[in-house]
Design a protein around this ligand. Structure first.
Ligand SMILES: Cc1ncc(COP(=O)(O)O)c(C=O)c1O
Length: 318
């Protein structure tokens, strides 16, 4: 059988699973990390982009050559830029100026039009709040109407959750030889945790799934926001009503500080050779807390959401 792939889209998914045994040395239990930057756009969102476009094509919601628009912190836009170009749809990415500049450059390289939206007064570059995101949403809606475009809508389109239910979850279960007993995930749209948790709990109902949030904006855990600003790009928007979380059983809520996420991201590079972004560090920091607390002796899976190369302009890598 030929090993030649005929489209970059065939390289999305089936990412490797690595045991973080250097990082957890001395701990009782294991962390298994699914290294999602092996996707063509260097993040887990390539899976979501592909699933949303394929679902829209199946449903007849996308017409030939129709423009696709989406709000993005960079990763979803990169995935859509690749998928849309390959399938013949022009793509407009709408992103906050608070997200790192290299993301916009990458999307443009893949052929996307990138519209950058000013942040709210008081917001800082590198710290995109829910209010900043509301401005991006407003602009994305306007452009969708102006261009009679298809809105990919990662916060609501079922393809987001389905990408992880149909692929990320089953891959994790198979690659771990069905040994996973816990999963924790830093939430943006909630698509990853909803899809993976639903699949894993169907395999074994007692697998524990935890939401990870920034320490000062932990609304899903029922806390009030003391400061919406944080460095963990890609999520933590302090949105209490995420559609994808409505029908999922969450076993607990974990908080991670900027410093803990940064420290864990750096240790991932140093100890394991994994060059990842802030949210991957947040996932690993939370998993370490679980291993040193209620999940001692267990096997916890996490996602390495994207590549550290996307953060070279930030203080993550001094
Ligand atoms: C780097 C990064 N981490 C975490 C997330 C959150 O994932 P989800 O939207 O599936 O909750 C995203 C989403 O775009 C992301 O780009």
């Amino acid at each position: 059988m030929s090993e030649i792939r005929n489209s970059i889209l065939e390289l999305i998914g089936e990412t490797p699973l690595l045991a973080l045994d250097n990082l957890t040395e001395g701990c009782d239990g294991r962390i298994l990390a699914k290294v999602e930057y092996f996707n063509p756009g260097f993040s887990k969102k390539d899976r979501v982009a592909l699933e949303i476009i394929l679902e829209a094509e199946r449903a007849g919601a996308l017409s030939r050559g129709q423009t696709v628009v989406e709000l993005t912190s960079g990763n979803m836009g990169t995935g859509l830029a690749i998928v849309c170009r390959q399938r013949g749809y022009p793509f407009v990415a709408v992103m906050s100026k608070g997200n790192s500049e290299e993301r916009a450059r990458m999307m443009r390289a893949f052929g996307a039009e990138v519209v950058l939206v000013e942040q709210c007064p008081g917001s800082e570059v590198g710290q995109v709040s829910g209010d900043d995101l509301a401005l991006v949403e407003k602009r994305a809606s306007e452009i969708t109407t102006e261009r009679d475009a298809f809105r990919a809508d990662q916060f609501h389109h079922a393809g987001n959750m389905l990408a992880h239910y149909r692929h990320t979850g089953p891959e994790l279960w198979r690659q771990s030889n069905e040994t996973i007993s816990g999963f924790c995930d830093f939430v943006g749209s909630g698509g990853s945790i909803a899809g993976v948790a639903t699949y894993l709990k169907e395999q074994r109902a007692d697998i524990k799934c935890y939401v990870v949030e920034p320490e000062n904006a932990a609304v899903l855990g029922g806390e009030t926001v003391t400061d919406p600003r944080h460095s963990i790009q890609g999520g933590g928007y302090a949105m209490a009503d995420l559609t994808f979380l409505e029908n999922v059983t969450i076993d607990g809520f974990l908080k991670v500080s900027d410093a803990a996420a940064r420290e864990a991201t750096r240790r991932l590079a140093e100890k394991e050779g994994i060059f990842a972004g802030f949210s991957s560090g947040a996932n690993v920091a939370a998993a370490m807390d679980l291993l040193n607390g209620p999940m001692r002796g267990e096997v916890i899976a996490v996602l390495i959401c994207d590549s550290g190369l996307k953060y070279l302009s930030t203080d993550l890598w001094p």
